[in-house]
Write a protein of this length. Structure first.
Length: 578
Protein backbone atom coordinates (compact mmCIF):
# COMPACT_ATOMS: atom_id res chain seq x y z
CA UNK A 1 0.00 0.00 0.00
CA UNK A 2 2.82 2.39 0.91
CA UNK A 3 4.71 1.63 -2.32
CA UNK A 4 1.54 2.15 -4.34
CA UNK A 5 0.86 5.51 -2.68
CA UNK A 6 4.46 6.65 -3.25
CA UNK A 7 4.28 5.79 -6.94
CA UNK A 8 1.03 7.65 -7.25
CA UNK A 9 2.49 10.68 -5.49
CA UNK A 10 5.61 10.74 -7.72
CA UNK A 11 3.45 10.46 -10.82
CA UNK A 12 1.24 13.30 -9.58
CA UNK A 13 4.27 15.52 -8.92
CA UNK A 14 5.70 14.79 -12.39
CA UNK A 15 2.40 15.64 -14.06
CA UNK A 16 2.10 18.80 -12.00
CA UNK A 17 5.62 19.93 -12.91
CA UNK A 18 5.04 19.28 -16.60
CA UNK A 19 1.73 21.14 -16.42
CA UNK A 20 3.25 24.09 -14.57
CA UNK A 21 6.15 24.37 -17.05
CA UNK A 22 3.78 24.15 -19.96
CA UNK A 23 1.52 26.73 -18.38
CA UNK A 24 4.48 29.04 -17.82
CA UNK A 25 5.53 28.72 -21.47
CA UNK A 26 2.05 29.84 -22.48
CA UNK A 27 2.21 32.91 -20.27
CA UNK A 28 2.39 35.90 -22.57
CA UNK A 29 5.65 37.82 -22.69
CA UNK A 30 4.64 41.43 -22.08
CA UNK A 31 7.17 44.10 -22.99
CA UNK A 32 6.04 47.27 -24.71
CA UNK A 33 8.72 48.72 -26.98
CA UNK A 34 9.06 52.39 -27.92
CA UNK A 35 8.32 51.36 -31.50
CA UNK A 36 4.96 49.95 -30.40
CA UNK A 37 4.07 52.74 -27.97
CA UNK A 38 4.86 55.43 -30.54
CA UNK A 39 2.96 53.62 -33.31
CA UNK A 40 6.12 53.08 -35.30
CA UNK A 41 7.87 56.45 -35.05
CA UNK A 42 10.50 55.78 -32.36
CA UNK A 43 13.36 53.32 -31.90
CA UNK A 44 14.68 51.76 -28.70
CA UNK A 45 17.40 53.36 -26.64
CA UNK A 46 20.36 51.25 -25.54
CA UNK A 47 18.88 50.91 -22.05
CA UNK A 48 15.49 49.83 -23.37
CA UNK A 49 17.07 47.35 -25.79
CA UNK A 50 19.08 45.66 -23.05
CA UNK A 51 16.08 45.65 -20.70
CA UNK A 52 14.04 43.89 -23.39
CA UNK A 53 16.57 41.11 -23.90
CA UNK A 54 17.15 40.61 -20.18
CA UNK A 55 13.38 40.34 -19.63
CA UNK A 56 13.06 37.95 -22.57
CA UNK A 57 15.82 35.72 -21.17
CA UNK A 58 14.02 35.54 -17.81
CA UNK A 59 10.74 34.65 -19.52
CA UNK A 60 11.97 32.07 -22.02
CA UNK A 61 14.22 29.13 -21.33
CA UNK A 62 15.07 29.02 -25.04
CA UNK A 63 16.74 32.45 -24.98
CA UNK A 64 20.14 33.23 -23.50
CA UNK A 65 22.46 36.24 -23.37
CA UNK A 66 26.23 35.96 -23.37
CA UNK A 67 28.48 38.90 -22.67
CA UNK A 68 31.63 38.97 -24.82
CA UNK A 69 34.54 41.43 -24.90
CA UNK A 70 34.61 45.21 -24.80
CA UNK A 71 33.75 47.77 -27.46
CA UNK A 72 35.33 51.19 -27.93
CA UNK A 73 32.70 52.75 -25.64
CA UNK A 74 33.82 50.41 -22.79
CA UNK A 75 30.62 48.38 -22.87
CA UNK A 76 30.63 44.65 -23.63
CA UNK A 77 29.17 43.28 -26.82
CA UNK A 78 26.21 41.02 -26.13
CA UNK A 79 25.13 37.96 -28.07
CA UNK A 80 21.55 36.75 -27.81
CA UNK A 81 20.83 33.14 -28.80
CA UNK A 82 17.42 31.56 -29.32
CA UNK A 83 17.13 27.84 -29.97
CA UNK A 84 14.62 25.16 -29.09
CA UNK A 85 16.97 22.15 -29.06
CA UNK A 86 20.60 21.38 -28.31
CA UNK A 87 23.02 22.17 -31.10
CA UNK A 88 24.79 19.45 -33.05
CA UNK A 89 26.56 19.10 -36.40
CA UNK A 90 23.20 19.34 -38.19
CA UNK A 91 22.24 22.67 -36.62
CA UNK A 92 22.28 25.68 -38.95
CA UNK A 93 23.72 28.74 -37.22
CA UNK A 94 22.25 32.06 -38.31
CA UNK A 95 23.87 35.28 -37.09
CA UNK A 96 21.99 38.60 -37.32
CA UNK A 97 24.04 41.74 -36.72
CA UNK A 98 22.10 44.94 -36.02
CA UNK A 99 23.11 48.54 -35.52
CA UNK A 100 26.50 48.51 -37.24
CA UNK A 101 25.26 51.96 -38.34
CA UNK A 102 22.89 52.83 -35.46
CA UNK A 103 21.16 55.60 -37.40
CA UNK A 104 19.90 52.69 -39.50
CA UNK A 105 17.98 51.25 -36.57
CA UNK A 106 15.36 49.17 -38.40
CA UNK A 107 16.91 45.81 -37.53
CA UNK A 108 17.32 46.73 -33.85
CA UNK A 109 13.54 47.08 -33.48
CA UNK A 110 12.62 44.37 -35.99
CA UNK A 111 14.67 41.73 -34.16
CA UNK A 112 12.98 42.50 -30.84
CA UNK A 113 9.51 42.48 -32.38
CA UNK A 114 10.24 39.14 -34.05
CA UNK A 115 11.64 37.55 -30.89
CA UNK A 116 8.66 38.76 -28.92
CA UNK A 117 6.35 36.94 -31.34
CA UNK A 118 8.55 33.82 -31.33
CA UNK A 119 8.45 33.68 -27.53
CA UNK A 120 4.68 34.20 -27.59
CA UNK A 121 4.41 31.41 -30.19
CA UNK A 122 2.89 33.66 -32.83
CA UNK A 123 5.77 32.58 -35.06
CA UNK A 124 6.74 28.92 -35.36
CA UNK A 125 10.45 28.61 -34.76
CA UNK A 126 12.07 25.65 -36.52
CA UNK A 127 14.17 23.04 -34.77
CA UNK A 128 17.83 22.68 -35.81
CA UNK A 129 18.14 26.45 -36.28
CA UNK A 130 20.26 28.35 -33.77
CA UNK A 131 19.39 32.03 -34.04
CA UNK A 132 22.14 34.37 -32.84
CA UNK A 133 21.56 38.12 -32.62
CA UNK A 134 23.95 40.96 -31.87
CA UNK A 135 21.31 43.45 -30.62
CA UNK A 136 23.46 46.43 -31.62
CA UNK A 137 27.08 46.19 -32.74
CA UNK A 138 28.00 49.88 -32.62
CA UNK A 139 27.15 50.70 -29.01
CA UNK A 140 29.09 53.96 -29.06
CA UNK A 141 27.16 55.15 -32.09
CA UNK A 142 23.87 54.02 -30.55
CA UNK A 143 24.53 56.07 -27.42
CA UNK A 144 25.42 59.12 -29.56
CA UNK A 145 21.74 59.80 -30.16
CA UNK A 146 20.45 62.69 -32.28
CA UNK A 147 17.69 63.67 -34.71
CA UNK A 148 19.65 65.39 -37.48
CA UNK A 149 22.57 63.44 -38.94
CA UNK A 150 20.47 61.19 -41.19
CA UNK A 151 19.69 64.15 -43.42
CA UNK A 152 17.22 62.47 -45.79
CA UNK A 153 15.85 59.66 -43.61
CA UNK A 154 12.12 59.39 -42.89
CA UNK A 155 12.22 58.54 -39.17
CA UNK A 156 12.61 57.47 -36.48
CA UNK A 157 12.38 60.59 -34.29
CA UNK A 158 15.84 60.05 -32.79
CA UNK A 159 18.57 57.56 -33.61
CA UNK A 160 22.24 56.76 -33.25
CA UNK A 161 25.28 57.97 -35.21
CA UNK A 162 27.13 56.15 -37.99
CA UNK A 163 30.61 56.45 -36.46
CA UNK A 164 31.53 54.48 -33.36
CA UNK A 165 33.02 55.90 -30.15
CA UNK A 166 36.28 56.58 -32.03
CA UNK A 167 34.45 57.69 -35.18
CA UNK A 168 35.24 54.54 -37.17
CA UNK A 169 32.75 53.14 -39.65
CA UNK A 170 32.59 49.59 -38.37
CA UNK A 171 31.51 48.25 -41.76
CA UNK A 172 34.94 49.08 -43.12
CA UNK A 173 36.89 47.50 -40.26
CA UNK A 174 36.57 43.75 -40.74
CA UNK A 175 40.11 43.24 -42.06
CA UNK A 176 42.12 46.07 -40.53
CA UNK A 177 40.56 45.59 -37.05
CA UNK A 178 41.23 49.08 -35.69
CA UNK A 179 38.44 48.86 -33.12
CA UNK A 180 37.71 46.85 -29.99
CA UNK A 181 34.31 46.19 -31.53
CA UNK A 182 35.89 44.17 -34.32
CA UNK A 183 38.22 42.25 -32.01
CA UNK A 184 35.14 41.17 -30.06
CA UNK A 185 33.14 40.48 -33.22
CA UNK A 186 35.89 38.13 -34.45
CA UNK A 187 35.61 36.20 -31.19
CA UNK A 188 31.83 35.92 -31.59
CA UNK A 189 32.04 35.02 -35.26
CA UNK A 190 34.53 32.19 -34.84
CA UNK A 191 32.77 30.99 -31.70
CA UNK A 192 29.51 30.60 -33.66
CA UNK A 193 30.97 29.76 -37.08
CA UNK A 194 27.71 30.90 -38.75
CA UNK A 195 26.40 29.21 -41.86
CA UNK A 196 24.39 32.31 -42.72
CA UNK A 197 25.14 35.93 -41.80
CA UNK A 198 22.56 38.74 -42.00
CA UNK A 199 23.15 42.43 -41.39
CA UNK A 200 20.45 45.12 -41.24
CA UNK A 201 20.87 48.50 -42.94
CA UNK A 202 19.05 51.49 -44.44
CA UNK A 203 20.21 53.17 -47.64
CA UNK A 204 19.30 55.53 -50.44
CA UNK A 205 20.87 55.98 -53.86
CA UNK A 206 17.71 56.73 -55.83
CA UNK A 207 13.97 56.78 -55.24
CA UNK A 208 11.76 53.85 -56.22
CA UNK A 209 8.74 51.90 -55.04
CA UNK A 210 10.59 49.25 -53.04
CA UNK A 211 10.91 49.41 -49.26
CA UNK A 212 13.17 46.34 -49.23
CA UNK A 213 16.38 45.73 -51.14
CA UNK A 214 18.95 42.98 -50.62
CA UNK A 215 22.70 42.94 -50.91
CA UNK A 216 23.83 39.32 -51.04
CA UNK A 217 27.47 38.25 -51.05
CA UNK A 218 28.75 38.54 -54.63
CA UNK A 219 28.34 35.00 -55.87
CA UNK A 220 31.36 34.79 -58.20
CA UNK A 221 33.62 35.89 -55.37
CA UNK A 222 31.97 33.51 -52.89
CA UNK A 223 32.73 30.97 -55.55
CA UNK A 224 32.15 27.36 -56.53
CA UNK A 225 28.83 25.65 -55.87
CA UNK A 226 27.96 27.75 -52.81
CA UNK A 227 28.24 30.86 -54.97
CA UNK A 228 26.08 29.27 -57.65
CA UNK A 229 23.53 28.23 -55.04
CA UNK A 230 23.38 31.77 -53.66
CA UNK A 231 22.57 33.18 -57.09
CA UNK A 232 20.41 30.42 -58.52
CA UNK A 233 18.46 29.15 -55.50
CA UNK A 234 18.74 31.16 -52.29
CA UNK A 235 18.16 34.60 -53.77
CA UNK A 236 15.16 33.66 -55.98
CA UNK A 237 13.56 31.62 -53.18
CA UNK A 238 13.94 34.51 -50.75
CA UNK A 239 12.44 36.95 -53.25
CA UNK A 240 9.58 34.51 -53.87
CA UNK A 241 8.86 34.21 -50.16
CA UNK A 242 8.62 37.98 -49.78
CA UNK A 243 6.49 38.41 -52.88
CA UNK A 244 4.05 35.87 -51.41
CA UNK A 245 3.80 38.23 -48.43
CA UNK A 246 3.02 41.10 -50.86
CA UNK A 247 6.39 42.66 -50.15
CA UNK A 248 8.32 44.01 -53.13
CA UNK A 249 12.07 43.49 -53.12
CA UNK A 250 14.89 44.25 -55.53
CA UNK A 251 18.67 43.97 -55.47
CA UNK A 252 20.40 46.88 -53.73
CA UNK A 253 20.35 49.87 -56.07
CA UNK A 254 23.98 50.88 -56.38
CA UNK A 255 23.68 54.23 -58.19
CA UNK A 256 24.57 57.80 -57.28
CA UNK A 257 23.51 61.10 -58.86
CA UNK A 258 21.61 59.33 -61.63
CA UNK A 259 18.54 57.17 -62.15
CA UNK A 260 18.70 53.35 -62.17
CA UNK A 261 17.11 53.22 -65.64
CA UNK A 262 20.44 52.91 -67.45
CA UNK A 263 21.13 49.77 -65.44
CA UNK A 264 23.19 49.12 -62.34
CA UNK A 265 25.62 46.54 -61.01
CA UNK A 266 25.78 44.54 -57.84
CA UNK A 267 27.81 46.11 -55.06
CA UNK A 268 31.18 44.34 -54.75
CA UNK A 269 31.77 43.49 -51.10
CA UNK A 270 35.52 43.21 -50.64
CA UNK A 271 36.75 41.81 -47.29
CA UNK A 272 36.76 45.19 -45.56
CA UNK A 273 32.96 44.84 -45.49
CA UNK A 274 31.10 42.35 -43.32
CA UNK A 275 29.77 40.08 -46.07
CA UNK A 276 33.15 40.22 -47.82
CA UNK A 277 34.82 39.12 -44.60
CA UNK A 278 32.30 36.33 -43.96
CA UNK A 279 32.76 35.02 -47.52
CA UNK A 280 36.39 34.26 -46.61
CA UNK A 281 34.93 31.63 -44.27
CA UNK A 282 32.43 30.41 -46.89
CA UNK A 283 29.49 31.87 -45.01
CA UNK A 284 26.51 32.94 -47.09
CA UNK A 285 26.13 36.66 -46.33
CA UNK A 286 23.20 39.00 -46.81
CA UNK A 287 22.48 42.63 -46.03
CA UNK A 288 18.91 43.85 -45.70
CA UNK A 289 18.81 47.39 -47.04
CA UNK A 290 15.53 49.23 -46.49
CA UNK A 291 14.85 52.50 -48.31
CA UNK A 292 15.37 55.52 -46.09
CA UNK A 293 12.61 57.60 -47.69
CA UNK A 294 9.92 55.10 -46.67
CA UNK A 295 8.14 55.58 -43.30
CA UNK A 296 9.90 54.06 -40.31
CA UNK A 297 7.07 51.73 -39.32
CA UNK A 298 6.95 50.28 -42.83
CA UNK A 299 10.71 49.79 -42.91
CA UNK A 300 10.81 48.00 -39.56
CA UNK A 301 7.89 45.72 -40.35
CA UNK A 302 9.39 44.88 -43.74
CA UNK A 303 12.75 44.07 -42.11
CA UNK A 304 10.96 41.84 -39.61
CA UNK A 305 9.11 40.03 -42.40
CA UNK A 306 12.35 39.48 -44.28
CA UNK A 307 14.10 38.12 -41.19
CA UNK A 308 11.23 35.68 -40.77
CA UNK A 309 11.52 34.60 -44.40
CA UNK A 310 15.26 34.08 -43.98
CA UNK A 311 14.66 31.83 -40.97
CA UNK A 312 11.96 29.87 -42.85
CA UNK A 313 14.18 29.47 -45.91
CA UNK A 314 17.19 28.53 -43.78
CA UNK A 315 15.19 25.74 -42.20
CA UNK A 316 14.10 24.42 -45.59
CA UNK A 317 17.57 24.73 -47.12
CA UNK A 318 19.58 23.81 -44.03
CA UNK A 319 21.14 20.65 -45.45
CA UNK A 320 21.99 22.30 -48.77
CA UNK A 321 23.61 25.33 -47.14
CA UNK A 322 25.69 23.27 -44.71
CA UNK A 323 26.83 20.70 -47.27
CA UNK A 324 27.67 23.31 -49.91
CA UNK A 325 29.57 25.34 -47.36
CA UNK A 326 31.65 22.28 -46.42
CA UNK A 327 32.26 21.61 -50.10
CA UNK A 328 33.45 25.19 -50.61
CA UNK A 329 36.07 24.73 -47.89
CA UNK A 330 37.34 21.59 -49.63
CA UNK A 331 37.30 23.29 -53.03
CA UNK A 332 39.46 26.23 -51.95
CA UNK A 333 41.84 24.06 -49.94
CA UNK A 334 42.56 22.05 -53.08
CA UNK A 335 42.98 24.99 -55.47
CA UNK A 336 46.32 25.84 -57.03
CA UNK A 337 45.38 29.35 -58.12
CA UNK A 338 43.56 32.10 -56.24
CA UNK A 339 41.52 34.55 -58.37
CA UNK A 340 41.42 38.28 -57.61
CA UNK A 341 40.88 41.72 -59.18
CA UNK A 342 37.21 41.10 -59.88
CA UNK A 343 35.49 43.34 -62.43
CA UNK A 344 31.89 43.58 -63.61
CA UNK A 345 31.23 41.16 -66.46
CA UNK A 346 29.26 43.40 -68.84
CA UNK A 347 28.45 40.44 -71.12
CA UNK A 348 26.14 38.87 -68.51
CA UNK A 349 23.12 40.51 -66.99
CA UNK A 350 19.51 39.95 -66.07
CA UNK A 351 16.60 42.25 -66.85
CA UNK A 352 14.58 43.45 -63.86
CA UNK A 353 11.06 44.75 -64.23
CA UNK A 354 12.04 47.65 -62.04
CA UNK A 355 9.31 49.46 -60.14
CA UNK A 356 10.40 53.06 -60.01
CA UNK A 357 9.07 56.59 -60.03
CA UNK A 358 9.11 59.00 -62.92
CA UNK A 359 12.31 61.01 -62.86
CA UNK A 360 12.95 64.43 -64.36
CA UNK A 361 15.86 66.79 -64.62
CA UNK A 362 15.09 70.43 -63.98
CA UNK A 363 16.94 73.63 -63.23
CA UNK A 364 17.94 73.99 -59.60
CA UNK A 365 16.76 77.18 -57.90
CA UNK A 366 19.88 77.05 -55.72
CA UNK A 367 22.73 76.13 -58.06
CA UNK A 368 21.21 77.04 -61.41
CA UNK A 369 22.37 73.61 -62.64
CA UNK A 370 20.35 70.54 -63.56
CA UNK A 371 18.92 68.63 -60.61
CA UNK A 372 17.33 65.20 -60.45
CA UNK A 373 13.83 64.94 -59.00
CA UNK A 374 11.58 61.88 -58.59
CA UNK A 375 7.80 62.13 -58.62
CA UNK A 376 6.41 59.59 -56.13
CA UNK A 377 2.90 60.28 -57.43
CA UNK A 378 3.86 58.82 -60.80
CA UNK A 379 4.97 55.18 -60.41
CA UNK A 380 6.48 53.56 -63.48
CA UNK A 381 7.80 50.11 -64.34
CA UNK A 382 10.70 49.77 -66.71
CA UNK A 383 13.04 46.96 -67.81
CA UNK A 384 16.44 47.62 -66.27
CA UNK A 385 19.69 45.71 -66.77
CA UNK A 386 21.19 44.34 -63.57
CA UNK A 387 24.84 43.25 -63.73
CA UNK A 388 25.40 40.70 -60.97
CA UNK A 389 28.23 38.74 -62.58
CA UNK A 390 31.89 39.54 -61.92
CA UNK A 391 35.01 37.91 -63.29
CA UNK A 392 38.52 37.75 -61.93
CA UNK A 393 41.11 39.44 -64.14
CA UNK A 394 44.14 38.03 -62.33
CA UNK A 395 45.19 35.10 -60.18
CA UNK A 396 48.15 33.96 -58.11
CA UNK A 397 49.68 30.59 -57.31
CA UNK A 398 48.78 29.63 -53.76
CA UNK A 399 51.93 28.73 -51.83
CA UNK A 400 51.99 25.77 -49.49
CA UNK A 401 53.04 27.99 -46.59
CA UNK A 402 53.70 31.57 -45.62
CA UNK A 403 56.44 32.56 -43.20
CA UNK A 404 55.87 35.70 -41.14
CA UNK A 405 58.54 37.35 -39.00
CA UNK A 406 57.56 37.22 -35.34
CA UNK A 407 58.44 40.87 -34.77
CA UNK A 408 55.35 41.94 -36.75
CA UNK A 409 53.08 41.44 -33.79
CA UNK A 410 50.06 43.39 -35.12
CA UNK A 411 49.87 40.99 -38.06
CA UNK A 412 50.33 37.91 -35.87
CA UNK A 413 47.64 39.05 -33.42
CA UNK A 414 45.11 39.52 -36.21
CA UNK A 415 45.84 36.13 -37.69
CA UNK A 416 45.52 34.46 -34.30
CA UNK A 417 42.30 36.28 -33.49
CA UNK A 418 40.86 34.83 -36.69
CA UNK A 419 41.79 31.29 -35.64
CA UNK A 420 44.55 30.89 -38.20
CA UNK A 421 46.62 27.81 -37.38
CA UNK A 422 50.31 28.67 -37.10
CA UNK A 423 53.47 26.91 -35.96
CA UNK A 424 56.32 28.70 -34.28
CA UNK A 425 59.81 27.73 -35.53
CA UNK A 426 61.70 25.86 -32.83
CA UNK A 427 65.17 26.75 -34.10
CA UNK A 428 66.95 29.31 -36.22
CA UNK A 429 66.74 27.97 -39.78
CA UNK A 430 67.81 28.86 -43.30
CA UNK A 431 64.80 28.24 -45.57
CA UNK A 432 64.34 28.51 -49.33
CA UNK A 433 61.50 30.97 -49.92
CA UNK A 434 60.01 33.44 -52.35
CA UNK A 435 60.45 36.92 -50.93
CA UNK A 436 57.80 39.49 -51.85
CA UNK A 437 59.08 42.86 -53.06
CA UNK A 438 56.86 45.87 -53.70
CA UNK A 439 57.40 47.10 -57.25
CA UNK A 440 54.84 49.89 -57.45
CA UNK A 441 51.80 51.24 -55.65
CA UNK A 442 49.61 54.31 -55.35
CA UNK A 443 48.40 55.88 -52.12
CA UNK A 444 45.20 57.80 -51.43
CA UNK A 445 45.88 61.40 -50.48
CA UNK A 446 42.75 61.72 -48.32
CA UNK A 447 42.30 59.91 -45.02
CA UNK A 448 40.00 56.91 -45.14
CA UNK A 449 38.96 55.23 -41.90
CA UNK A 450 42.14 56.21 -40.09
CA UNK A 451 44.44 55.19 -42.95
CA UNK A 452 45.89 56.35 -46.23
CA UNK A 453 45.43 53.07 -48.07
CA UNK A 454 47.53 51.88 -50.99
CA UNK A 455 46.05 50.60 -54.23
CA UNK A 456 47.12 49.27 -57.63
CA UNK A 457 49.98 47.49 -55.88
CA UNK A 458 52.29 45.30 -57.94
CA UNK A 459 54.98 42.93 -56.69
CA UNK A 460 57.89 40.84 -57.80
CA UNK A 461 58.85 37.53 -56.24
CA UNK A 462 62.51 36.60 -55.74
CA UNK A 463 63.70 33.11 -54.83
CA UNK A 464 66.13 33.32 -51.95
CA UNK A 465 67.58 31.47 -48.97
CA UNK A 466 66.83 33.46 -45.86
CA UNK A 467 67.67 32.92 -42.23
CA UNK A 468 64.61 32.78 -40.00
CA UNK A 469 64.75 33.01 -36.24
CA UNK A 470 63.29 30.81 -33.57
CA UNK A 471 59.75 32.07 -32.95
CA UNK A 472 58.99 33.12 -36.54
CA UNK A 473 55.66 31.79 -37.73
CA UNK A 474 55.02 29.10 -40.34
CA UNK A 475 51.45 29.16 -41.69
CA UNK A 476 50.01 26.37 -43.81
CA UNK A 477 47.52 27.52 -46.43
CA UNK A 478 45.67 24.21 -46.32
CA UNK A 479 43.29 25.10 -43.54
CA UNK A 480 39.81 26.62 -43.13
CA UNK A 481 41.23 30.13 -42.98
CA UNK A 482 43.06 29.81 -46.31
CA UNK A 483 41.08 32.56 -48.01
CA UNK A 484 41.67 34.96 -45.11
CA UNK A 485 45.39 34.18 -45.18
CA UNK A 486 45.76 34.88 -48.90
CA UNK A 487 43.54 37.99 -48.87
CA UNK A 488 45.53 39.60 -46.06
CA UNK A 489 49.12 38.51 -46.76
CA UNK A 490 49.24 38.92 -50.55
CA UNK A 491 49.94 42.65 -51.11
CA UNK A 492 48.25 42.94 -54.50
CA UNK A 493 44.81 42.03 -53.14
CA UNK A 494 42.58 44.99 -52.41
CA UNK A 495 42.24 44.62 -48.64
CA UNK A 496 45.64 43.15 -47.90
CA UNK A 497 47.50 44.16 -44.77
CA UNK A 498 49.98 45.94 -47.04
CA UNK A 499 47.30 48.05 -48.68
CA UNK A 500 45.98 48.95 -45.21
CA UNK A 501 49.42 50.38 -44.28
CA UNK A 502 50.56 47.68 -41.84
CA UNK A 503 53.91 47.32 -43.63
CA UNK A 504 54.63 50.97 -44.43
CA UNK A 505 57.96 50.99 -42.61
CA UNK A 506 59.46 48.76 -45.32
CA UNK A 507 58.68 51.49 -47.87
CA UNK A 508 61.26 53.83 -46.39
CA UNK A 509 64.92 53.23 -47.14
CA UNK A 510 66.96 53.47 -43.92
CA UNK A 511 70.52 53.61 -45.34
CA UNK A 512 71.95 55.49 -48.29
CA UNK A 513 75.14 56.56 -50.04
CA UNK A 514 77.21 59.68 -50.60
CA UNK A 515 77.73 60.24 -54.30
CA UNK A 516 81.27 61.59 -54.02
CA UNK A 517 82.39 58.37 -52.28
CA UNK A 518 80.11 55.87 -53.99
CA UNK A 519 81.23 56.94 -57.48
CA UNK A 520 84.48 54.97 -57.21
CA UNK A 521 82.72 51.89 -55.85
CA UNK A 522 80.11 52.08 -58.61
CA UNK A 523 82.75 52.08 -61.35
CA UNK A 524 84.47 49.03 -59.87
CA UNK A 525 81.11 47.27 -59.33
CA UNK A 526 80.06 47.70 -62.97
CA UNK A 527 83.46 46.51 -64.15
CA UNK A 528 83.09 43.30 -62.12
CA UNK A 529 79.43 42.73 -63.17
CA UNK A 530 79.23 43.13 -66.95
CA UNK A 531 75.58 42.03 -67.20
CA UNK A 532 74.56 44.84 -64.83
CA UNK A 533 76.81 47.25 -66.71
CA UNK A 534 75.05 46.36 -69.96
CA UNK A 535 71.63 46.87 -68.41
CA UNK A 536 72.86 50.25 -67.11
CA UNK A 537 74.08 51.31 -70.55
CA UNK A 538 70.81 50.17 -72.16
CA UNK A 539 68.78 52.24 -69.72
CA UNK A 540 70.93 55.30 -70.34
CA UNK A 541 70.48 54.97 -74.07
CA UNK A 542 66.67 54.59 -73.93
CA UNK A 543 65.67 56.81 -70.99
CA UNK A 544 66.47 60.51 -71.51
CA UNK A 545 65.51 61.57 -67.99
CA UNK A 546 67.73 58.85 -66.56
CA UNK A 547 70.58 59.81 -68.89
CA UNK A 548 70.42 63.44 -67.72
CA UNK A 549 70.20 62.69 -63.98
CA UNK A 550 73.54 61.74 -62.45
CA UNK A 551 72.13 60.92 -59.01
CA UNK A 552 69.43 58.68 -60.50
CA UNK A 553 72.15 56.73 -62.33
CA UNK A 554 74.19 56.23 -59.18
CA UNK A 555 71.08 55.25 -57.21
CA UNK A 556 70.19 52.66 -59.86
CA UNK A 557 73.64 51.09 -59.51
CA UNK A 558 73.39 51.28 -55.72
CA UNK A 559 70.13 49.30 -55.67
CA UNK A 560 71.78 46.55 -57.73
CA UNK A 561 74.83 46.35 -55.47
CA UNK A 562 75.37 44.35 -52.24
CA UNK A 563 75.38 47.67 -50.34
CA UNK A 564 71.63 48.15 -50.87
CA UNK A 565 69.62 47.09 -47.83
CA UNK A 566 67.54 43.98 -48.35
CA UNK A 567 64.73 45.18 -46.09
CA UNK A 568 63.76 48.05 -48.38
CA UNK A 569 60.47 47.23 -50.18
CA UNK A 570 60.66 43.61 -49.01
CA UNK A 571 57.74 42.38 -46.92
CA UNK A 572 58.36 40.37 -43.74
CA UNK A 573 56.06 37.78 -45.34
CA UNK A 574 57.54 34.96 -47.41
CA UNK A 575 56.05 32.30 -49.66
CA UNK A 576 57.12 28.66 -49.30
CA UNK A 577 56.55 25.85 -51.80
CA UNK A 578 57.08 22.18 -50.97
Amino acid sequence: MFRHDTSFLLAFISIFLLWSCKDQSKEKFEFSLSFEKSKGTETATYEEMMSFYESAAKHSGNLSIKSYGMTDISLPLQLVTYQTSDTDENTLHLLINNGIHPGESDGIDASMLMLKEIINQKIDFPDQIALHIIPSYNLGGMLNRNSTTRANQNGPVAYGFRGNARNFDLNRDFIKMDTKNMWTFAEIYHDINPDLYVETHVSNGADYQYTLTHLITQHNKLGHKLGEYTQQTFRPELEKSLNEKDLLITPYVNVYSRTPFAGFSQFFDSPRYSTGYTSLWNTLGLMIETHMLKPYNKRVNSTKAMLESIIELSALERKNIKSLRAENFDFYNNREHYPFKFKVDSTQYEVLEFKAYQANYMKSEITGKARLKYDADKPVQKPVKYFSYFKATDSLIIPDYYLVKSSWTEIIKRLQRNHIEMKSLKNDSIINVESIHIESYNTYTSAYEGHYPHYETTCKYITDSIKFREGDWLISTRQKGMRYIVETLEPELRDSFFNWNFFDTVLQQKEGFSAYVFEDYAAEFLKNNPHIEQAFLDKKSTDENFRNNAYAQLKWIYTKSPLYEKAHLRLPVFRVFD
